[in-house]
Ligand binder design. Structure first.
Ligand code: NAD
Ligand code: TYD
Length: 339
């Protein structure tokens, strides 16, 4: 079995590659990644010499390049993680989100049609469902919840999802889609909430909480997401969407306070800053379908996962310090200094 994992030098894609190489020693895993600011070869250093692994630097929008790779490798399965993934960047500059997230998906699926595959899997997000009100804790996103996006990021992911379903219906492409809640764990890029707060707290820098900090996210340990995708590509029904989440809703402010407590840092580092434009209030996944059909359940409790994650950031300082010492500083200035 040959699997192409796009975006495998990023956060979830790299964790998925590690999971697949561990779980299926006979599979050939090819990582296709453009290495944008979010892609990092250092993340893949432990698998680079694995004879079952190949890294190819390529843009998923590069049709010729993608076709050439399909011709060479004759993949059976494509798992598409490659995306621009940060909501704040999408608010600042939407265009690259539409290019990579929608047109890149189209190129990959055209290659699948041309060369033939047994499965194309689209890694989507719960953000395509928009948000839920804080005063209705009884509401959850199911696979039937209408698509109703808020940010250019979520709109581009929703656009891609619609195209994936259209390729299934129109051309019979064997596709599946997963829509997962917020992930956390090792190799999470430090622009995102949890690693940003860990890095800032360790440097005794202000912890910038957007708005009133009461927005709710539904957090899942990254390895649980990887196991869900593994199950879907092997046992999921084609043409289907599977929501992935572990009923672990937390307010942003509580996450930040927990990180302060675990690192022994004072809560007065917390600074309330201008809210994100169009900020979604609450995400909450109903994972009944993937549980009933595929037997998936999360294995890592938040209390254990957050401890493992903090320990990982403490023992892998060189990985994230390298990132935040470079171009990231300009990003941080632009995004936070006028907030
Ligand atoms: P990430 O930003 O950490 O990684 C994205 C990777 O894609 C990087 O390695 C980057 O170099 C690569 N990439 C970007 N544009 C590319 C292009 N044009 N061609 C090839 N490679 C390109 O993102 P992540 O957090 O690992 O998210 C991965 C996927 O999972 C995304 O599709 C995202 O929408 C989805 N998702 C993320 C979360 C989350 O909490 N992080 C939750 C649900 C779904
Ligand atoms: P993020 O990690 O960007 O994920 P998403 O927006 O895709 O859910 O943000 C998680 C939550 O944390 C979101 O409600 C915005 C908030 N947030 C902050 O309060 N401060 C920050 O510096 C960042 C990056 C996020």
């Amino acid at each position: 079995m040959t699997v192409i994992v796009t975006g495998g030098a990023g956060f979830i894609g790299s964790n998925f590659i590690f999971h697949m190489l561990r779980t299926y020693p006979s599979y050939r895993i090819i990582c296709l990644d453009k290495l944008t600011y979010a892609g990092n070869l250092a993340t893949l250093k432990d698998v680079m010499d694995n004879p079952n692994f190949r890294f190819v630097r390529l843009d998923i929008c590069d049709r010729q390049g993608v076709y050439r790779l399909f011709e060479e490798e004759k993949p059976d399965i494509i798992v598409n993680f490659a995306a621009e993934s940060h909501v704040d960047r999408s608010i600042d500059n939407p265009e690259i989100f539409l290019k990579t997230n929608i047109l890149g998906t189209q190129v990959l699926m055209d290659a699948c049609r041309k060369y033939g595959i047994s499965r194309y899997h689209q890694v989507s997000t719960d953000e395509v469902y928009g948000d839920l009100p804080l005063d209705r804790p009884d509401l959850f996103f199911t696979e039937e919840t209408p698509i109703h996006t808020s940010s250019p990021y979520s709109s581009s992911k929703a656009g891609a999802d619609l195209l994936v379903m259209a390729y299934n219906r129109t051309y019979g492409l064997p596709v599946t889609i997963s829509r997962c809640s917020n992930n956390y764990g090792p190799y999470h890029f430090p622009e995102k909430l949890i690693p940003l707060m860990i890095a800032n707290a360790l440097a005794d820098k202000p912890l910038p909480v957007y708005g009133n900090g009461l927005n709710v996210r539904d957090w899942l340990y990254v390895e649980d997401h990887c196991r869900a995708i593994d199950l879907i590509i092997h046992k999921g029904r084609t043409g289907e969407v599977y929501n992935v989440g572990g009923h672990n809703e937390m307010r942003n402010i509580d996450i930040v306070k927990l990180i302060c407590q675990k690192l022994g840092k004072p809560e007065d580092l917390i600074t309330y800053v201008k809210d994100r434009k169009g900020h979604d209030m609450r995400y909450a996944i109903d994972p009944t379908k993937i549980h009933k059909e595929l037997g998936w359940l999360p294995e890592t409790k938040f209390a254990d996962g957050i401890q493992k994650t903090i320990d990982w950031y403490l023992t892998h300082r060189e990985w994230w310090e390298e990132i935040i010492s470079g171009e990231y500083q300009n990003y941080y200035k632009k995004m936070y200094e006028e907030k």
